[in-house]
Write a protein that binds this ligand. Sequence first.
Ligand SMILES: *Cc1c(COP(=O)(O)O)cnc(C)c1O
Length: 432
Amino acid sequence: MATDDPRRRVPRTDAVLADPRLADAAGRLGPAVVKAAVTAAQARARAGELEPARVADAAVAALPETAGGLRPVLNATGVVLHTNLGRAALSDAARLAVAAAAGHTDVELDLHTGRRARRGRTALAALQDAVPEAGDVHVVNNGAAALVLAATALAGGQEIVVSRGEMVEIGDGFRLPDLLESTGARLREVGTTNRTALADYQRALGPETGFLLKVHPSNFVITGFTSAAPIEELATLGHPVVADIGSGLLRPDPLLPDEPDAASTLRAGADLVIASGDKLLGGPQAGLLFGSADLIARLRRHPLARALRVDKLTLAALQATVTGPETPTWQALRLDPAVLRERTAGACERLVTAGVPVTLVESEAVVGGGGAPEVRLPSWSLSLPEPYAEPLRTGAPAVLGRVDRGRLLLDLRCVPPAADDDLIAAIRAVAA
Ligand SMILES: *Cc1c(COP(=O)(O)O)cnc(C)c1O
């Protein structure tokens, strides 16, 4: 190696770590995170990609915002509940609640009496206030956990009677029938893919019956020659009816008229309703169970309940979601296309002025999260050359768009307006 080889001038790790900015970051993020950023910058300097004198600067620039590992992403996909991006974005109210609950909290203690109290009682009360049709409420880790708990506690060693038209695969290869059978319950399939009548259920009932299950086919539709027995009819058959509504709407919403909701499903006669917390409710990952007081008590007392219980952070976020202001999910769903057009056109103009090859195009957004598959939300997007996709995705902030017919579309519907300047700066940096 020649003496003037820049690789010889790469500063030593302890010298770089002495930089006050990095010393400060080590206190905030932990020494391992900072050291990893320094090591990566040194490697780039050794490879000749970086001036050795700039190693500390590069390490500072590469530091993550938090030590959490998960990188924030600007969701410009036009998919409101993007499963790979963690479904619902929490409201500011829920984020504050999570931060406040992160220390020691009264999650299982009544501060007035000094005695132990029901875990998450205020969040449960908020859910029950929102759905007074429920005799009681329970919360577990996610919708799948709620199904497992119901199947185990209410149909262990017995049969779950379910229509062949409702044997759903949720996504990523997870199939509800497999999930239910993993509990030891047996599935009793009735009817056909497209048509199931009340008599089909009736014929299957007997001493082996644990409960009847209705599953909302959230991520597909069957049209044409179809029929299904409504919950009102199933409720007359003398066995518990469990309804998995998927989406987590607590009450009907005119924007999504085909999505079932917990209140109406209970009124129709379901004994237990199961839903997710991070789909249309717009909250944290959770499985919500609304039902009669005696069924909920059986679930809560089952040993498995302890294995599926939720964290204090989830309870805090859930309550703030239920009682708080409109969630980002609903702000995105209800966004007026004219308002979005104006905002997107403004961003487009700023980019064109900066020499970026961008146009404003009409597009369509979707609900996502395996819900409301037929709903299309009229939307507007920035259209960029496809090669912008990768650098935007891997940049800071990470920006995820959608590639459509050789173009990268960025739909601002789910991007917080306060992040527009960051988004524009990120696009300009790619163009430069
Ligand atoms: C999403 C969904 C589930 C699974 O819920 P998770 O919260 O993802 O575990 C179960 N059933 C239906 C009908 C769904 O839509």
